[in-house]
Design a protein around this ligand. Structure first.
Ligand SMILES: Cc1cc2nc3c(=O)[nH]c(=O)nc-3n(C[C@H](O)[C@H](O)[C@H](O)COP(=O)(O)O)c2cc1C
Length: 209
């Protein structure tokens, strides 16, 4: 999914409404692949912002899948972010690829991915990460000694068996209603193109930099 065909694209190539892909998911994949090809550091790292009691909170998570339903990442369902999501499912994602001077803002609502999708992804993780999911009470106060002890405990518990996915660990999908593609241009006349979903249709327009 994240390995769209390589496209020949100049870093500072101008954009205009005419050469944008009408489907924002395809436009995203096009830019994502360009970032990967340009060796952007952690191209799939995205800032996830949530809101709790009117206060925004941000942190990096890794994009693991994107399709027409939305953008998925995996985390601990008892973490601070997950508690914030229970209270308010509105969230935003932000990608910044400095190597190609591009930024993408995405806004929408979060839903949990299916248990099956979380199981499938969990199975692909290295055993160490699977044990880590059990051992780390994400966002709770902890000491390094406690963490090491918990890793040892779960390593022993799951010795000689496949590590099952903890039910407190899984994926979320952000279902977008808004995208903004930003391309740095010389002279500060940067390009900004917005895709806004109105009644199921994507409206595309440019905004001032
Ligand atoms: C490069 C990078 C990738 C990360 N990827 C994830 C991730 O995919 N899932 C996750 O839960 N935390 C990830 N983290 C850690 C989060 O930024 C954050 O510390 C953690 O999820 C706890 O956030 P919370 O207390 O707001 O819930 C990553 C951090 C960095 C710097």
């Amino acid at each position: 999914m994240l390995n769209a065909e390589r496209m020949d694209y100049q870093k500072n190539e101008g954009l205009d409404l005419g050469n944008l892909i009408k489907n924002p998911f395809e436009q995203f994949e096009h830019w994502f692949q360009f970032a990967v090809d340009a060796d952007a550091f952690y191209a799939n790292a995205m800032t996830l912002s949530t809101v709790q009691n009117e206060k925004p909170k941000s942190r990096i998570v890794l994009l693991k899948d994107v399709d027409e339903r939305g953008f998925s990442f995996f985390t601990n369902y008892t973490s601070a972010k997950s508690q914030e999501i229970v209270e308010n499912k509105n969230a935003s994602l932000l990608f910044f690829w400095k190597e190609i001077e591009r930024q993408i803002r995405i806004e929408g609502v979060l839903e949990k991915v299916s248990a099956k999708a979380s199981d499938e992804y969990f199975k692909t993780r290295p055993r160490e990460s699977q044990i880590g999911a059990w051992a780390s009470p994400q966002s709770s106060p902890v000491t390094r000694a406690e963490l090491i002890e918990r890793v040892e405990e779960f390593t022993k518990k799951f010795e000689a068996q496949e590590v099952p996915r903890p039910d407190f660990w899984g994926g979320y999908r952000l279902i977008p209603t808004y995208f903004e593609f930003w391309q740095g241009r010389p002279g500060r006349l940067h390009d900004r193109f917005v895709y806004e979903n109105k009644n199921g249709e994507w409206k595309i327009f440019q905004v001032a930099p």
